[in-house]
Design a protein around this ligand. Structure first.
Ligand SMILES: [Zn+2]
Length: 290
C-alpha cells in the first residue's frame, strides 16, 4: 500500500513538473502603458488562451500622455487602465514608475529589467527596435538590448538568479526604414484574437479615446458608447498585411491557410539573444502552423 502511494505521488509530481516544463514564458516590453498591447496584444492573447504565461512591462508610467491631465494623477489612471487591459488579454501588466517622455537607458533601469526577465524565467522577450520617432521607444529598445545576454551573467544583479539559457529576443513591428526596414521573421495569425486585442487596447481610454485622437485633431469624431468605440478603434487600428508579411505567413502557415488570415502581428529576431532554428521557433510559438 505504501509503495502504491509513493508511486502515485511520484506520478503526480512528474506530471506537474512536465506541465510546468511545457509552459512558455513570454515577456513583452514597451515604453508606455499601451505599447505592448498595440504591437503584440493579439499574440499575447493567443499565448494566454493556451495557458502560457505572459508579462507586459511598461518602462514608463505614462504620466505625459495627455492634453489635460498629467503627473501622478495621470500615472494612476494609466496604471488602472493597464491593469484592466491585462485582465482583458489574460496577461500580467507591470508598469514601472519612470517619467514618460524623459526615459534614459540608465544602469538602474537596465538592472530592473534584467531582474524582471529572470523572475519570469523568460523563454521569449519582445521589445521595440532602436530606430523610432519617440525617444522613450528608442531608449526602451536600448535597455532591452542591454539586458539581452546579461540575463545569463551571474555576477550582474547577483541578488536574482540568472537564467540558464539566453531567451529569444524579438522586435515588434514598426514602419521605420532607416537604417534597415523591419524584417518579419515570424508572423502570427491573430484573426482569432483580434477583437480581444482591440478590447484590451480600449481599456486605455485616456489614450485611444482622448489623447491620441486629440494629437490628430479628431477628438470630436470619438463615439460615446462602448460598442461604437470598439468598432471605431477596430477600423482605425487595423493591422495591415504587406507583401513581406504575407511571405512570412506563407512560410509558417502554408499558402492555403494564409489566404484566410485577416489580421497578423510580426516579429523580427534580435541578434543579441539566442538565435533559434525554425524548429525551435515552432516550439516557442505553438500557434504556428495551426
Ligand atoms: Zn509608446
Amino acid at each position: 500500500m505504501k509503495k502504491l502511494n509513493l508511486l502515485l505521488l511520484i506520478l503526480l509530481f512528474s506530471s506537474f513538473f512536465l506541465a510546468a516544463q511545457q509552459k512558455i514564458n513570454v515577456v513583452v516590453i514597451g515604453a508606455h502603458p499601451d505599447d505592448c498591447d498595440v504591437r503584440a496584444g493579439g499574440t499575447a492573447a493567443l499565448f494566454a488562451k493556451a495557458g502560457h504565461n505572459v508579462l507586459f512591462i511598461s518602462v514608463t508610467n505614462g504620466d505625459a500622455g495627455h492634453f489635460e491631465k498629467g503627473g501622478g494623477a495621470l500615472a494612476k489612471i494609466r496604471m488602472a487602465e493597464a491593469q484592466e487591459s491585462g485582465k482583458r488579454l489574460g496577461v500580467k501588466y507591470v508598469v514601472l514608475d519612470h517619467h514618460d517622455g524623459e526615459l534614459m537607458p540608465t544602469l538602474d533601469i537596465r538592472l530592473q529589467i534584467i531582474r524582471l526577465i529572470r523572475n519570469w524565467n523568460a523563454d521569449i522577450v519582445i521589445g521595440p527596435r532602436p530606430n523610432d520617432y519617440h525617444p522613450d521607444h528608442r531608449n526602451t529598445a536600448v535597455l532591452v538590448q542591454d539586458a539581452a545576454y546579461m540575463v545569463i551573467v551571474p555576477n550582474v544583479a547577483p541578488d536574482t538568479p540568472p537564467l540558464k539559457k539566453n531567451p529569444v529576443f524579438l522586435y515588434v513591428q514598426d514602419r521605420f526604414q532607416k537604417p534597415t526596414p523591419f524584417q518579419p521573421d515570424i508572423a502570427i495569425d491573430i484573426t482569432e484574437t483580434f477583437n480581444q486585442k482591440i478590447y484590451g487596447m480600449a481599456a486605455h481610454e485616456s489614450q485611444f479615446f482622448e489623447w491620441l485622437p486629440w494629437t490628430m485633431g479628431k477628438l470630436d469624431e470619438v463615439p460615446k458608447t462602448e460598442p461604437e468605440r470598439l468598432e471605431w478603434l477596430k477600423n482605425w487600428r487595423k493591422p495591415y498585411i504587406n507583401d513581406k508579411m504575407k511571405q512570412s505567413l506563407t512560410k509558417w502557415y502554408g499558402a492555403e491557410k494564409t489566404k484566410s488570415i485577416k489580421y497578423a502581428e510580426a516579429f523580427e529576431i534580435c541578434e543579441y539573444g539566442r538565435r533559434p532554428s525554425d524548429e525551435e521557433i515552432k516550439k516557442l510559438f505553438p500557434m504556428l502552423g495551426k
